[in-house]
Design a protein around this ligand. Structure first.
Ligand SMILES: [Mn+2]
Length: 507
């Protein structure tokens, strides 16, 4: 028997194919995958989503904030497309337990996530056996990266525990092989490959966040592995395991053809390039319209010019006034801090002279809150050294360090700090690139004390900023950054930006 698995991952609320920043038609959104799904679907096809669907798009943001008692538009879309199985991703925990419970309740597909527990009970099933007829069946195991506590607000996951995804898959595969009569095993993992897909060299620090390579290489009996979480796009065999990671925002549909008699498999990715499914678009039409109206509401205006980002690389080499402005807002809320740190995210648009919610959500694309941390000059230097890894030097010129864009863009890990002056010499070895650090006219000493405000993601050590993990939290500002920006702008309808050219990057 030949079966087929269709997979999406990291959909992040992208149902509509129209960009939330400029309303242009793009090759993304479940509406543009729908025709692929209908064409390929038959009684021997499974449709699976691999998590991170509840958080992300402006539609989700608006809904989760203002209309959370109504059914989540993503639940409507998953049900309309008739998904068979689904998994939780790390971002699905971003809005706390009530929201995730309601979402799980509203989605009709079977939840697989077995290694996430709540009050000691698995949130999904231990594993699922899917029968195609009396003689053919496969097992499905769903797991999520166990790193959720590294990023998530403690109060959102106070009743949860996350088991090591590798250990969970290993013992569950062994159990299935010993007790079930199936022709194959498919792992659905909201986590990605930590090693290069061909050379098996590490492509990141091996923290346990991503374990798909280890699963493919070390667990006997996995036939298919659907990966996610990294926002990468690939369809390959890793140590004989057919593995696929469809791209974020429903830009790809993963397709696995699988002959259960011979175990022959093929993997490929389809693009979100089909005719828009108007029925699906109409299904979420009223919610989408209310979100669009909210996005266009003007909040305030800049006294001069705009804060649009035209050249994102230059905006990092020469700190863009947009970053100065966000740091200014962070310092307004963190009134005990002298320093503020902010990154320019991968696809941040920036602000028009009249600022709307659309500008905010297309610029501050994550749901972070703020933390102000106490640190000494030594930790501050380590922090700046970590940011300085973003650069390299080539032929006397400043260039970007390859690991920040290959295999995936991670420009969001370059932080720019306001409140002091410093110089990065990018030709120096990593760890000794900060050649000047001056606070209020004096060189920073190792024993000097500072309070620095930064995103909750960074304050928790995200992006391998381990040096801040043990810093004392002076202020924990439980306000979503988009809300903080909106609140600041409403309180200052004519905005002046305190821009300082305080960071020098030299070769
Ligand atoms: Mn994601």
């Amino acid at each position: 028997m030949k079966i087929r698995i269709l997979a999406t991952t990291d959909v992040h609320g992208y149902i509509s194919p129209y960009s939330y920043s400029d309303r242009k038609l793009c090759k993304q959104g479940l509406c543009r995958l729908s025709a692929h799904i209908s064409r390929l679907r038959d009684e021997h096809t499974l449709l699976i989503d691999n998590g991170d669907s509840l958080q992300g798009s402006s539609l989700n943001y608006y809904h989760n904030l203002y209309e959370k008692d109504l059914i989540q538009p993503m639940a409507k879309a998953l049900n309309y497309l008739n998904y068979d199985y689904w998994n939780l991703g790390n971002h699905d925990f971003n809005y706390g337990p009530d929201m995730i419970h309601q979402y799980i309740n509203d989605v009709n597909a079977t939840l697989l996530t077995g290694n996430a527990y709540e009050h000691g009970q698995p949130m999904g099933c231990e594993y699922a056996i899917h029968h195609f007829d009396d003689n053919y069946a496969i097992a499905l195991i769903g797991v999520v990266t166990q790193h959720i506590p590294v990023w998530e607000k403690a109060e959102h996951i106070k009743d949860n525990a996350f088991e090591d995804a590798f250990d969970y898959v290993k013992r569950t595969v062994e159990k299935i092989k010993a007790t079930e009569d199936v022709q194959g095993i498919c792992v659905v993992y909201h986590g990605g490959h930590e090693l290069h897909l061909e050379t098996n060299e590490p492509t990141e620090l091996l923290t346990g966040e991503n374990l798909a390579s280890k699963m493919c290489n070390e667990i006997e009996g996995i036939d298919v592995l659907i990966a996610g979480h990294q926002h990468r796009s690939y369809a390959v065999f890793v140590n004989g395991v057919a593995t696929v990671q469809p791209y974020e925002n429903a830009k790809n549909l993963g397709v696995i053809e699988w002959d259960l008699d011979t175990n022959e498999r093929t993997v490929e990715l389809l693009m979100a390039d089909q005719e828009v499914d108007e029925e699906l678009l109409n299904l979420i039409g009223p919610e989408e319209q209310r979100a669009q109206q909210w996005l266009d509401k003007p909040l305030g205006r800049l006294k001069e010019g705009n804060l649009l980002v035209h050249d994102p690389i230059d905006a990092r080499i020469h700190k863009h006034p947009l970053i100065s402005f966000i740091n200014q807002v962070q310092l307004y809320f963190a009134d005990k801090a002298q320093l503020s740190s902010q990154a320019l995210f991968n696809e941040s648009v920036g602000f028009n002279s009249e600022i709307t919610m659309r500008d905010l959500v297309s610029t501050y694309v994550y749901s972070n809150t703020l933390k102000a941390l106490r640190m000494n000059g030594k930790v501050l230097k380590e922090y700046l050294e970590k940011t300085a890894e973003y650069f390299d030097a080539e032929d006397g010129k400043v260039v970007l360090n390859r690991v920040f864009y290959d295999p995936k863009p991670m420009h969001f890990n370059y932080e720019m700090v306001d409140g002091l002056d410093y110089t990065i010499k990018s030709s120096n070895p990593i760890g000794s690139r900060i050649v000047e650090m001056v606070y209020q006219g004096k060189p920073v000493e190792e024993t000097d004390e500072f309070v620095m405000v930064m995103s909750s993601y960074r304050a928790n050590g995200g992006g391998e900023f381990d040096m801040v993990k043990n810093c004392e939290v002076v202020q924990d500002i439980q306000k979503d950054m988009v809300d903080a920006l909106a609140e600041y702008i409403l309180a200052h309808p004519v905005l002046e930006v305190d821009h300082e050219d305080n960071i020098k990057v030299i070769a």
